[in-house]
Design a protein around this ligand. Structure first.
Ligand code: H79
Length: 469
C-alpha cells in the first residue's frame, strides 16, 4: 500500500468514527482531562473545610463479632474470614443471620451530624466481598442474600441528603468472595505472592460495574475511599485507569490514594518517586508527626481496637483523647475520619455514641476553630495546638498554664485582640514580650467543665502584616 492510499483510508470519516468508538468502549478515551490548580482547589474545598467525618465499618463480620467456633479470634473484627481461616461457603452462612432490624439510617446520620461530622464513609463492600446495596451484578448482597432485603446504602443516601451530610463509600479492591479475585487463595486470602489469572475479568465485569452503580444510583458521592489495593493483582496503571473512569462518571468526586499503589504502608502518605493516582493520603491508626503543607490527607482511626464490631472489645479511647486527636490533626492540616462499628442488629455501640455526643457539644461552641481552618503557622507550642484562618489564630489550650499566662511563640504579626471562643465578649489582655512572642492573660477563677477543660480555645486576632524586624 502506498502512502496516498493509507492516508485516504485513515481519514475516511466512517473509519475514524469506528476507531474512536472502539477506543471509547475499550476505555482509552476515558479521562477527565487536565485539571488546573484552581479547579482542583474547588473540587477539594468542601472536604478541606469539613475536617471531621464518620467511618462506618459494617457487614457480615458483625454477626460473628470476633468469635468463631467458640473461640475469640485476635485482630480486627472485619478480618475474621481471613484470621479464622473460614471457607467461603461457611462464611456465606452469615448472610442468613444478618438481619439488622434496628437499623435506622436517619438515626445514624443524626448521630454523625450531632457529633459535628460533615461526611460519612461507609463500607459499600469490605474485603469479605459482601455488598450493602442492591447490586445488579452480584447475588452476594443485602437484597439477594440476606433476610433484611432493604437497600442500606439507599436509605443512608436519603438520610444524608435530608441532613446535609456528604455520603461517601469505602470500597475494597481485594475481594475474598469472588472466584476471579482472592477467593481461590483460601485459607490465605491475603497471600501477597499469589495472582488470579482471571483478575481482569473481575475488574471489568464486576468491580467497575459495581462502582458505576454506586456513583449513578446513590450519588453524587463525596468520596470514594478504596482499600485492599496492596494485592499483587492490582497495579498503578489499573489504579490510574479506575481513577479516570470514576472522574468521568462524576467529575467532582474525590478519591483516596489507595486507588493506586502510591501509599507508604500504614503511614499512608504517598511515596515520592513518581506521580500516583488519588487525591489524598490515608494514614491509618496514626497521625503524622508534623504538618504537611500543601498535602491533602486524612487520618482514619478506630475508637477501640477494631473497625468491624467485636462484642468483647471494650478498649475505648477516652473522649478527651479523641478530641485532642481531632485538634492535633486539624493543627497539621488534615481530616479526622473516626470509625464506628455497628452491631449485627444495626446499632452503633453506646460508648461510641456517647463519645460522639460529647465531641459534638464541644464543636457546637468551638467549631469555628476546626472547620475551614488550615495548619498551624507557629512552631511547636508547649501548652497545646494551634489552627488558623485568615486574620485569626486559634490557640487550643490542652495544659492550662499555672500562672494563667499563655505564652505564644512565633507570632510575628501585629495582634489586634484576644478572647475565649466560648466567651467572645470578654477581651483578654495581650502583651508582646519580644518580636516573636506574645503573652495573653487568661481569665482566672472560671469554673470549667468537661471537654472545655480538655481544650479551651483562645482566639488571637492578628493583622496579617508582619511586624518589621
Ligand atoms: O478497613 C480497615 C481495615 O480492615 C483495613 N483498612 C482499614 C481502614 C486494614 N487495616 N489493616 N489492614 C487492613 C491490614 C493490612 C496490612 C497489610 Fe500492608 C497489607 C500489611 C501488608 C499488606 C498495608 C499495605 C500495610 C503495608 C502494605
Amino acid at each position: 500500500m502506498n502512502n496516498k492510499t493509507s492516508g485516504r483510508i485513515l481519514l475516511n470519516p466512517a473509519i475514524v468514527i469506528a476507531v474512536l468508538f472502539i477506543l471509547a468502549t475499550l476505555g482509552y478515551a476515558q479521562s477527565p482531562g487536565p485539571e488546573t490548580k484552581q479547579q482542583r482547589d474547588e473540587r477539594m474545598q468542601w472536604w478541606r473545610e469539613a475536617r471531621f467525618g464518620m467511618f462506618i465499618h459494617w457487614g457480615l463480620y458483625a454477626v460473628p463479632a470476633g468469635e468463631w467456633k467458640g473461640k475469640k479470634i485476635g485482630g480486627i473484627g472485619e478480618w475474621i474470614m481471613e484470621s479464622a481461616d473460614i471457607p467461603v461457603s461457611e462464611y456465606e452462612q452469615f448472610t442468613k443471620q444478618f438481619n439488622p432490624v434496628k437499623f435506622d439510617a436517619d438515626q445514624w446520620v443524626r448521630i454523625a451530624r450531632n457529633a459535628g461530622m460533615k461526611y460519612i464513609v461507609i463500607t459499600s463492600k469490605h474485603h469479605d466481598g459482601f455488598c450493602l446495596w442492591d447490586s445488579k451484578v452480584s447475588d452476594y448482597d443485602i437484597m439477594d442474600a440476606s433476610p433484611f432485603k432493604r437497600d442500606i446504602l439507599k436509605e443512608l443516601s436519603v438520610a444524608c441528603k435530608k441532613h446535609g451530610i456528604r455520603l461517601c463509600f469505602y470500597h475494597s479492591i481485594m475481594d475474598w468472595h469472588h472466584p476471579d479475585a482472592q477467593a481461590p487463595f483460601y485459607p490465605n486470602y491475603n497471600d501477597g505472592s499469589r495472582t488470579n489469572p482471571n483478575f481482569s475479568r473481575y475488574i471489568e465485569n464486576y468491580m467497575k460495574p459495581q462502582l458505576e452503580e454506586l456513583i449513578t444510583n446513590y450519588g453524587p458521592l463525596g468520596v470514594l475511599w478504596f482499600d485492599g489495593e496492596w494485592i499483587k493483582d492490582w497495579t498503578e496503571p489499573q489504579g490510574k485507569d479506575l481513577y479516570n473512569f470514576l472522574r468521568v462518571l462524576q467529575p467532582d468526586i474525590i478519591i483516596n490514594n489507595r486507588v493506586g499503589k502510591g501509599r507508604k504502608g500504614m503511614q499512608g502518605l504517598n511515596k515520592d518517586d513518581q506521580e500516583y493516582a488519588g487525591d489524598f493520603g490515608t494514614p491509618e491508626q496514626q497521625i503524622p508527626s508534623k504538618g504537611l503543607p500543601g498535602v491533602d490527607w486524612e487520618s482514619c482511626m478506630t475508637m477501640n481496637n477494631t473497625w468491624g464490631f467485636k462484642s468483647y472489645d471494650h478498649n475505648w479511647k477516652s473522649t478527651e483523647d479523641l478530641l485532642r486527636k481531632l485538634v492535633d490533626i486539624a493543627s497539621k492540616g488534615g481530616n479526622f475520619l473516626l470509625n464506628v462499628g455497628p452491631t449485627a442488629k444495626g446499632l452503633i455501640p453506646e460508648p461510641s455514641v456517647e463519645r460522639l455526643r460529647l465531641i459534638g457539644a464541644w464543636l457546637k461552641v468551638n467549631g469555628e476553630s476546626i472547620y475551614g481552618t488550615t495548619a498551624s503557622p507557629l512552631g511547636k507550642v508547649p501548652w497545646g495546638r494551634c489552627t488558623a484562618k485568615p486574620g485569626k489564630l486559634y490557640l487550643h489550650i490542652f495544659d492550662w498554664p499555672a500562672d494563667a499566662k499563655l505564652k505564644v511563640p512565633g507570632v510575628k504579626d501585629q495582634t489586634k485582640k484576644a478572647y475565649l471562643l466560648r466567651q467572645k465578649t470578654l477581651e483578654l489582655h495581650v502583651t508582646r514580650e519580644d518580636k516573636d512572642m506574645v503573652v495573653i492573660d487568661l481569665p482566672i477563677g472560671q469554673d470549667v467543665k468537661g471537654l472545655e477543660a480538655t481544650d479551651t480555645v483562645v482566639v488571637l486576632e492578628i493583622n496579617q502584616r508582619q511586624l518589621k524586624s
